[in-house]
Design a protein around this ligand. Structure first.
Ligand code: MEV
Length: 372
């Protein structure tokens, strides 16, 4: 039998970062037209994982008493292992005959020297691995089921991850996202197993909605060249945050307002908070500028550098031409995202970027699932 090949797109956060870690808080993301690919071939008596990025040495796994047994340290493969493990549980619970497979991973989400752009490679490898195994065993998970299984795998590795990147990579296009309660999901998985958690009320509060791309705005992406650690940044912010304090409540409320303005703008029903009609594009630009200010405040309050010098230059250059820019994701490096009106002096902005070693990545949107 031939190989099963699964591609999963990378993602960019547009709005709602950090707030979206709290269950139920809204965010906006897009899936991008750069991909991570997992190829699967059936094997005989052990499985293996191959990736040029991490090592020439494959990681081998077999089945043990308590799940998968690995033949060596597997840190860089955590998300792949967690994805295989979640699929293994589902396979066993569905009474399917166990088989082995070899996985070959190739990431298009890094620059040629191997530095990560910060386009969500952890989520993409999780989603692509699950898509390949879904097809291999014939689980027929569907889009929502793949998101849910990838989410269970993700929180086994990163307990606080919102899963926005998982949702974007699974659904494609522009999405609005609210995260589920991950403590509840973990408890439900332990208590009921994987099969019974899929589609259950443990996902209450999770929401993924399709948004319409803004028609009059162009998307531009700048790469700082500095890979950032989402885990370190998110831990830093949560250490510096008194989550029950007024300042954090204020941040969550203000973020919620920005994001709901953006949802309204992208649904083509632009109106400001007082209900006065404004152009959808102006509403979107304003929401992004305000979200940038909120993240600056969050960084200042928690002592975490979310907006690095290079990200500041990137965003200021956008605002100087009447566009809106902000760090995408956790910040601390990686990419900044810009939405620019069609008549803005984008060439002028790109000259500022170039002078400051900010690389313009030509990135488009990966179409929504089912519309390829
Ligand atoms: C990181 O890409 C975005 C954060 O909101 C974390 C998360 O959503 O898990 C900072």
């Amino acid at each position: 039998t031939g190989a099963i090949v699964a591609h999963a797109p990378g993602k960019l956060f547009v709005a709602g970062e950090y707030a979206v870690v709290s269950p139920g808080e809204p965010s906006v993301l897009i899936a991008v037209d750069r991909y991570l690919t997992v190829s699967l071939t059936e094997s005989v008596d052990a499985g293996s994982i191959h990736s040029p990025e991490y090592s020439r040495m494959p990681v081998r796994w077999t089945r043990g008493q308590d799940g998968l047994t690995l033949d060596r340290e597997h840190h860089p493969y955590d998300y792949v292992i967690a994805a295989i493990e979640a699929c293994e549980r589902l396979r066993a619970e569905r009474g399917l005959r166990p088989r082995f497979f070899d996985l070959y991973i190739e990431s298009g989400l890094d620059d040629p020297s191997g530095r990560k752009f910060g386009l969500g490679s952890s989520a993409a490898v999780t989603v692509a691995t699950i898509a390949a195994i879904d097809e291999f065993y014939g689980f027929e998970l569907g889009t929502r089921g793949r998101y849910e299984l990838a989410m269970l795998a993700t929180i086994a590795v990163a307990p606080h991850a919102s899963g926005g990147d998982v949702a974007a990579s699974t659904y494609g296009g522009w999405i609005g996202y609210r995260s589920p309660d991950r403590d509840r999901l973990r408890a439900a998985r332990t208590q009921h197993g994987v099969a019974d958690v899929l589609g259950s009320e443990a996902w209450d509060g999770a929401e993924i909605i399709r948004l319409t791309p803004p028609s009059g705005l162009d998307l531009l992406v700048g790469w700082t060249g500095h890979p950032a650690s989402t885990e370190r940044l998110v831990n830093g912010v949560s250490r510096g945050t008194n989550v029950t304090g007024d300042a954090h409540t204020g941040f969550l409320e203000a973020s919620r307002e920005c994001v709901s303005d953006l949802w309204r703008a992208l649904a083509g029903r632009g109106a400001d908070a007082a209900g006065h009609a404004v152009s959808d594009d102006d509403l979107a630009l304003d929401a992004i500028r305000r979200n940038r200010r909120l993240l600056q405040g969050l960084g200042a309050r928690t002592g975490v550098t979310i907006e690095t010098d290079r990200l500041r230059i990137l965003c200021d250059a956008a605002e100087a031409i009447g566009a809106a820019g902000k760090p995408s994701g956790a910040g601390g490096g990686d990419c900044g995202i810009v939405l620019a009106p069609a008549d803005a002096d984008v060439a002028g902005m790109l000259r500022v970027w170039e002078t400051n070693d900010i690389r313009h990545l030509t990135i488009g949107v990966h179409p929504p699932e089912g519309e390829h």
